[in-house]
Ligand binder design. Sequence first.
Ligand SMILES: *Cc1c(COP(=O)(O)O)cnc(C)c1O
Length: 401
Amino acid sequence: MKKRTGTDRTVTRNWRPVTQALRGGTWRSEHGETSEALFLTSGYTYDDAATVAARFAGEAEGMTYSRLQNPTVAMLEERIALLEGAEACRAQASGMAAMTAALLCQLSAGDHVVAGRAAFGSCRWLVDSLCPRFGIESTTIDAADDAAWEAAIRPNTKVFFFETPANPTLDVVDIAQVCALAKAHGIVTVVDNAFASPALQRPMEFGADVVAYSATKLMDGQGRVLAGAVCGSSQFIDEVLLPFQRNTGPTLSPFNAWVVLKGLETLDLRARRQSENALALGRFVEGRVPRVLHPGLPSHPRHELAMRQMEACGPIFAFDVGDRDRAFAILDALQLVDISNNIGDARSLMCHPASTTHAGLTAETRAEMGVTEGLLRINVGLEDIEDLREDLDRAIAAAGM
Ligand SMILES: *Cc1c(COP(=O)(O)O)cnc(C)c1O
């Protein structure tokens, strides 16, 4: 496995994100294959006993077991790190494996975590239910309220955890401001960047310490595999994350890593075109229903901030149609857009968060997060925008609106 002869890391490191998404981390076998090789192997063999002993002792480089390293997974990790502008990255079996590892690897009983209350349902469960079971205190706040972060800090606060834009209400967090506050207090920031992907937003450029991904979403982008990733400094990844990950085993399968490598090749194109389609469709829906939540629309309370920290507004928006009956009537009238709770897919998908992605939370938590009974969330895909407009127009009319 080697890079092209003459490859100079000081040159390749400086490639811009779009180039990194296509070429970063490519290692070639002796066959010189164009596309990355898929190494479906759990173990490795060695020429002699001394070689394996040196690898286990950490004195020689090389693979030992695919829970610890795999060449295809390593290519994905290097590519995501280069794309993110991070020193290091480790792939995970799913987005939730990434979030769990990013939090638990650094938290202990007696620590305190502050998290944004608008979040992916399982991320809320980690903070609200899992952390307290292990003696880790947690507080959830309105992450779009800058003052709320400072007010929530306690002497034992170890981590700030938030997503932006947040699922499903598209709340936007001021990454630079919250990360600066955290730094001043010695707090580690963990940002869930699944909604934007590194093509549209790179939180480390605004001071984030750790960026965690569901690569299931825009990175795969074609609805095929579950995958996740955690990016951070080499010190964080090697000394804090790796001991946790290697021994608990949320390892990504090489096959899924290979699929995500293929997805990353078109990430920039998809993310930008889907953002354009989402903005056009959001404008259309805004003329038909009372409330549309999308950071790309001037009506979003943090539109300008979102456009400062994001390169484009992303493929997802939400809109409120008043009650569950109307929301279900719209979903049932769709002819093109699928009823599906996934996001980041190249196909347009719509869901009713209160009865699906956020059904596991209590009614009070949903109300506090703004997940109302009339809220619908759409992931806008790569279809022709006119077909999407016609489909939504017909569906909204079918709900009597
Ligand atoms: C989907 C998602 C997750 C979880 O990712 P999986 O790959 O489904 O485990 C976490 N955070 C956000 C914001 C998500 O959208």
